[in-house]
Design a protein around this ligand. Sequence first.
Ligand code: ARG
Length: 459
Amino acid sequence: MSHIRGRFKKKADKTVNAYTTSVPFDWRLYPYDIAGSIAHARMLAKQGIIPDKDAETIVNGLTAIQREIEQGEFQFNVELEDIHMNIEARLIEMIGEVGGKLHTARSRNDQVALDLRLFSRDAITTTLAQLEELQRVIIALAEANKAVVIPGYTHLQTAQPVLLAHHLLAYFEMLQRDSERFLDCLARTDVMPLGSGALAGVAYDIDREFVAKELGFEEISRNSLDAVSDRDFVLEYQAAASFCMMHLSRLAEEIILWSSAEFNFIELDEAYATGSSIMPQKKNPDVAELARGKTGRVYGNLMGLLTTMKALPLAYNRDLQEDKEALFDSVEILLSTLEVFTGMLKTLKVNAENARQALEGGYILATDLADYLVKKGEAFRSAHEKVAKLVSYAIEKDKPLSKLTLAEYKKFSPLFEDDVFSITVESSLAARDVSGGTAPKRVAKALAAAKKSLGAKGG
Ligand code: ARG
């Protein structure tokens, strides 16, 4: 509107206003915009750029505006382009000409960079807290089912027995790396860009460190051109969110498989399952399916912004406005997915008996048989071949390995003795006594270590 169209005789066309406005989505930056403006106004007064009493009037006005927005009384106007202009226009309307002093030594280019960094910093902090919450639930589920054994899979084919707790702790590790990624991204987000102006810095004796301190930033940006056009921190959030959703989608897939009638290793709580409008028997894992689906949207948000940033010349370009919707979308998807997964895992029941049955009958202890021969002096490669032939024989006879006689075993190797029958799921687990392995005592240690690492984070 009039504020920034001083050079024009014409009003912007309606379609242009509708096309260029960011108000429908950037309104949610208001608490950050106001916090940034308050810090800026205080700095201007401290530096003698505006009188103290003007700064006070501005700060009071901004505080009143925040209240108006929170109470739903604020009239947003798309003709005012964005949240920044909406707040400034209302400030001037409220306190008069003094309000026009707020934008001294500032541009919307460094202002929006600041707002987005403040938003991202909060988003990362919340994400970290929710990641930790989910990790706690994973540990609790593992502890509550310490003795449960499931078939481990490779190629989704029964491979070797593993403890369910070991399997769950694999997800703990993934989420741990996700936390590290978000923390790493936080360090580069926590940089204060104000003072960069439109692109070249500002022509006033400002105190950037003061603003940084007021807003709790660790650092100030070192190059004005970079500061107004850098969106690496948004990309990093999007990338870390993509990794995290990828991990959650893998867990989602297992929940979907495991809750099927064919596996039946787990039972979802009714509060976390949905029904079918036609098939009365259905108890669907829609939460997990949607998490799997929404992962695609988060990847899309990352690719979208990478593409927007590609080949953008310095410094600010309006293209950068396209960073926001996708960021808000990914934050919302990730936080809601973490939240609903926390509840879903907290309430699901493990069908230990069914998991146990899935271990029987198959040939899940074949590796242990080969290891048995190796311990009696056979080379692993030939032991593998002999056991493969034995398994193929057992399949032909339609017998599990445990139902073969010693005479049958001996047909494949004279090294087989009576003690071959002491190979069990339990001995198989216990044998994997290496750090990182599924032996129960190793898993107990891993659980304790996982708990301790969360304890160290506090919370
Ligand atoms: N709405 C803009 C954005 O999101 C704010 C900065 C506008 N700057 C400008 N020179 N038009 O990027």
